[in-house]
Design a protein around this ligand. Structure first.
Ligand SMILES: *Cc1c(COP(=O)(O)O)cnc(C)c1O
Length: 424
């Protein structure tokens, strides 16, 4: 397949954008490839500048659970847009967005909208610190919560893939109060929390940013009990899992009630929207009611709110999550069988429509075991599949996302191409 035009655009891009991309993993460096430049999406597919068509398993890194160019989403955006694009004064649609989130995720008694997942976690942590009057926070090794200074410590995926586990430019002081524990290790959290000076534990209830890693039975329950005992807030970062692993997110799936929740990706319906929320007594510490400052010129943007609301409305229809489960299972089973047939060591982790094929025998239960995967083999797998019209997330440490736009035939096609790619 030709990639001439993408190559030409990439040359221009590198002259004016660092690395030619506006978010590092898009550069495809860890899989030894150059980016393709996308011109169009259509359902489960994307088309690049050279006219190549791919089955898309990235879905914009999670937001596009309905697929590209969903008719109802596009119509909603157009309708909202005809009334104006932003006002900097409140609109009713923001209230509907907050009410819908609260109804879907009951632990989010009050909600504030922001424009990115990074903003939501950064703001939730400030709020947790302001509320508890403590500075220290705990996160998991390999857990990614956006790129705020205090969270760029042992931060998985993008950072891990590039071999910069922290980041230059993060002052020692900003990272000093961030304590890191292995995911799924309850005893490690208990030891730190018991000191009584931890503001919050922030965790992806299902990790998606070290490749997909599910919580061990009892882990989330344990976190809930330990944090409650010591006055530490439990923050579920559901930016990836919210409206993805279940309508009400991982907290619905595992039946755990965190104090605060951060949410993004799917809730913007493909536009930039995110939110954080939780216990009303905590949320009332936010300005203008309380002393914790947080703001945003485009927060609650009407276009993004309406796209997100429509996405949530569509996802609430009967059968959507059963369908996503079915597709995810077909893909996971098919990829595992393909690896077996080719005698390639692999294990597949999956929760609903999110999954990762790790090229190692496994089990993968935390970042240390994820790192035993053969990343060179993943790079080859990525490149071969891309040449065969299947676009995977370009890193061993990311999850594939299946959407409602994928058909059983699309999944079968991916598995067939994977068999060929792995057999060589
Ligand atoms: C994507 C992601 C973020 C960051 O969201 P952005 O919108 O990219 O800033 C934070 N937390 C988790 C769990 C994520 O998956």
């Amino acid at each position: 397949m030709s990639t001439e035009r993408s190559q030409a655009i990439f040359e221009r891009a590198q002259a004016v954008i660092p690395g030619g991309v506006n978010s590092p993993v898009r550069a495809c460096r860890s899989v030894g490839a150059d980016p393709i430049f996308v011109v169009q999406g259509d359902g489960a597919y994307i088309m690049d500048a050279d006219g190549n068509k791919y089955i898309d398993l990235i879905g914009s890194w999670g937001p596009l659970i309905l697929g590209h160019t969903h008719r109802e989403i596009l119509d909603t955006i157009a309708e909202t847009m005809s009334m104006g694009t932003t006002f900097g004064a409140p609109t009713e649609i923001e209230v509907k967005f907050a009410e819908t989130l609260r109804d879907a995720v009951p632990s989010m008694e009050m909600v504030r909208a922001v424009s990115s997942g990074t903003e939501s976690t950064m703001s939730a942590l400030r709020l947790a610190r302001g509320f508890t009057k403590r500075d220290k926070i705990i996160k998991a090794d390999g857990g990614y919560h956006g790129h705020a200074d205090c969270l760029l410590v042992a931060a998985g995926s993008g950072a891990a893939t590039l071999g910069i586990p922290g980041s230059a430019g993060v002052p020692e002081g900003a990272a000093r109060d961030t304590l890191v524990v292995p995911f799924n290790d309850l005893a490690a959290v208990e030891k730190l929390v018991a000191a009584g000076d931890i503001a919050a534990v922030i965790i992806e209830p299902v990790c998606g940013n070290m490749g997909l890693v599910a919580p061990a039975p009892g882990y989330l329950e344990g976190l809930r009990a330990i944090t409650a005992k010591h006055g530490t807030l439990l923050i579920f970062d559901e930016v990836m899992t919210g409206f993805r692993v279940a309508y009400g997110g991982a907290q619905e799936l595992y039946n755990i009630k965190p104090d605060l929740t951060t949410i993004g990706k799917v809730v913007g319906g493909g536009l930039p929207a995110a939110a954080f929320g939780g216990r009303a007594d905590i949320m009332k510490h936010l300005a203008p009611l309380g002393p914790v400052y947080q703001a945003g010129t485009l927060s609650g943007n009407p276009l993004a709110m309406s796209a997100g609301l429509k996405a949530m409305e569509i996802l609430a229809r009967p059968g959507t999550y059963a369908r996503l489960e079915h597709l995810g299972q077909q893909l996971a089973d098919g990829l595992l069988a393909a690896a077996k047939a080719a005698n390639v060591p692999a294990c597949v982790n999956r929760v609903g429509s999110m999954l990762t094929v790790f090229f190692c025998t496994g089990p993968v239960t935390d970042y240390a075991t994820a790192k035993t995967a053969d990343t060179a083999r993943f790079g080859t797998f990525f490149r071969k599949l891309r040449d065969r019209g299947v676009f995977l997330p370009p890193s061993q440490f990311e999850a594939m996302f299946v959407s409602l736009a994928h058909t059983d035939e699309d999944i079968q096609q991916i598995v067939t191409e994977a068999r060929v790619a792995l057999a060589d």
